[in-house]
Write a protein that binds this ligand. Sequence first.
Ligand code: UD1
Length: 421
Amino acid sequence: MDRIVIEGGRPLHGEIRISGAKNAALPLIAATLLAPGWHTLHNVPNLRDTRTIMALLQSMGVQWQWEPDGPLRINSEHLVGNEASYDLVKTMRASILVLGPLVARLGCARVSLPGGCAIGARPIDFHLRGLEKLGCTIDLQDGYVAARIDGRLQGNTVTFDIPSVTGTENILMAAALAEGDTVIKNAAREPEIGNLIDMLILMGCAIEGCGTDTLVVHGMRELRPAEIAIIPDRIETGTYLMAVGAAGGEVVLRNCNPEHLPSLLEKLQAVGLEIECGADFIRVARSAPLQSADITTMPFPGFPTDLQAQFMALMSISTGVAVIHENIFENRFMHVAELRRLGAEIRVDGHTAIVTGVDRLHGAQVMATDLRASASLVVAGLAAEGSTIISRIYHLERGYADLVAKLAGVGAAIRKEKEPS
Ligand code: UD1
């Protein structure tokens, strides 16, 4: 197993190129199941999660080609399977994204139930209820969801209790091949959903309401392959912005979209970072001590839960007290115990963490517990005095392309090495 070693306290200077968004690549790859023929996806990040979903598609007979740094080309013409096994789903919950497209195209699909995960129970009931609304019969057998429909899915109104990102994506994809119109109410509005809608439109489906919480999908009997680019990863962007905030220095992030981070950018300015945005870049610099600011995680355009842990790391070295309220997931404070090992002063009360800034953090051995929690340890490690050693970094590799190289490229003393046995 690998680990990351950071010698903290060095300011960062230079440029970082942001990769394509993991959370957009996964649904867009799943959407290729809807139409036979060669699809071309540009800017797909080379990550453990994107490789996992490709292994899943390949197990169903999907052909694909992916040259290093080139587009990912996918053809689902000859599907020979319709099942996502427990072995794959347990490593990546987002495998549930194949359920909607498979049942829409083939009339039946089996996907393992994801089970719990580090950040909470994360049920999939909204996905299943939505598919039932479109006419599917859903059975839960032997740890699997079996979905089936005789003939085509039927358009209907699907209302989410609370906006679900992958739930909205699953219903959008299923509705694209349904007979008639589907109205999705209280839909999630994350930019990754806009990317998926753009792809479905290129595939020949008419969809209204993009960017709003009511989507109208005019289902088609057949769809055609598409060529599209994955949007920049806003969570990777936000993580590097906060890395610079923690370490100090001045960095330009290229190939990103500032419009996808409205609430984070506002908070970072409030805590005293200098932020300058262009159409596809953000320059960030820290020239004054960090102030504190409170956040509450919310669906887009609110503060993303996927950046909460990194913001907590940043607030650990602010000059005040920050109140962080986690509103999306029930168990997303696993990083608190690890940040405390670095000297952070954090008190947790239910879904709220109260962070009292300290003058400096000190390097220590810590353990990555989930994807974004791991990123917060990197942010904190860059600020800490001395060596921070982060083990179990396979979590990080699910969602950050070339993290060590990108940070080393702007002057961080960071390296990956084998865990001693
Ligand atoms: C997606 C993102 C994840 C992000 C999360 C919230 C992907 C691949 N993952 O996860 O990085 O942290 O959005 O922005 O895009 N819920 C239910 N029943 C359901 C579905 C969701 O109760 O059937 C609840 C969840 O427990 C959670 C809330 O709804 O409290 C939002 O979750 P959701 O948006 O569905 O998260 P994911 O799509 O799994």
